[in-house]
Design a binder for this molecule. Structure first.
Ligand code: 3PG
Length: 205
């Protein structure tokens, strides 16, 4: 578990990807990796998502590939069987938490309220996704929550972009940022945006 948080903390950027077809997997993953990004959250929002996850996890062992938008235990179980090295949810699910614990797979639940954070903490989880970050108060909200929960680290996602990612990463309570902005466009554009992200993340070290 600790190794996972170290890896995410070192990568600093988690691309959030929606694959509409399996054909997109290799060009997008190649472009993200080519730009220097080291992680990928493949969201389970499309029909091909589990197959895309399996393909990416098999073909890119050097990338930390996880599953996103995981809403229930069954999705989590399948994603882990398909090679997901971590599980992300838009909210907190006790069922997903239990499956992840059984499998020793890290779980980043979406938590934006103190009650949700307390729920995560009671399950031994102290790194949470803060989603949708922009709409729930952004960095100001993270700082306010941190004064009550100093043991918690956040992965803000939703409304994070090339312009504001450095502001988020400058906050010590932010372990990494997530977002989809660098996953869209041509392979060249994705590689360019990924390189820009990796350079900005590097400056925060
Ligand atoms: C997510 O699934 O975390 C969000 O959809 C990503 O948000 P963004 O598209 O605003 O980056």
């Amino acid at each position: 578990m600790d190794a996972f948080y170290k890896e995410i903390g070192a990568a600093k950027v988690v691309p959030v990807i929606v694959f509409s077809s399996l054909e997109e997997v290799v060009p997008v993953m190649d472009a993200l990796r080519g730009g220097g990004l080291k992680t990928a959250e493949i969201t389970l929002r499309t029909e091909c998502a589990q197959s895309a996850l399996r393909l990416a996890a098999e073909r890119y062992p050097d990338i930390l590939v996880g599953a996103g938008t995981v809403l229930d235990g069954e999705q989590a179980r399948r994603a882990i069987a398909n090679g997901a090295k971590f599980i992300v949810g838009p909210g907190f699910s006790r069922e997903v938490c239990d499956v992840c614990r059984e499998n020793g797979t890290p779980y980043l639940p979406g938590c934006v309220t103190p009650t949700e954070i307390i729920q995560a903490l009671s399950c031994g989880i102290s790194v949470v996704k803060f989603f949708p970050a922009g709409l729930y108060g952004g960095i100001g909200a993270i700082k306010a929550l941190s004064s009550v929960f100093p043991q918690v680290r956040f992965v803000p996602t939703g409304g994070v972009n090339a312009e504001n990612m450095e502001e988020y990463l400058a906050c010590k309570k932010v372990l990494a940022v997530g977002g989809s902005w660098m996953t869209k466009g041509t392979a060249e554009q994705i590689a360019h945006m990924s390189r820009e992200c990796a350079e900005k993340a590097e400056k925060q070290r």
